[in-house]
Design a protein around this ligand. Structure first.
Ligand SMILES: [Zn+2]
Length: 88
């Protein structure tokens, strides 16, 4: 049986203490597949890759749902002014 306090990250191939792995309830060992450093790198790469796509989707959604955008803006402003009033 492998050392339960150590886990090997399949991305950087390094054996690291389990504290270097994020927690993930959905996995059998309760730990993230990749170490924290790799998870961050993977997330960053994914984020950058999907950024353009997401912005395009948001722009498309806004163009298709102008009334919802207005509604959201209204809600946002109401919240903002409410907070400004409360903190004043
Ligand atoms: Zn790693």
């Amino acid at each position: 049986m492998a050392d339960p306090t150590q886990k090997t990250c399949p991305r950087c191939k390094a054996s690291k203490p389990v504290s270097e792995f994020g927690k993930l309830k959905t996995r059998a060992d309760g730990l993230s597949h990749y170490c924290k450093a790799c998870s961050r790198a993977i997330f960053k790469a994914w984020y950058l890759r999907h950024r353009e796509e997401r912005l395009k989707k948001i722009a498309e959604w806004k163009a298709a749902n102008p009334e919802k955008v207005r509604e959201q803006q209204k809600k946002y402003h109401q919240k903002y002014y409410q907070r400004a009033k409360e903190t004043a």
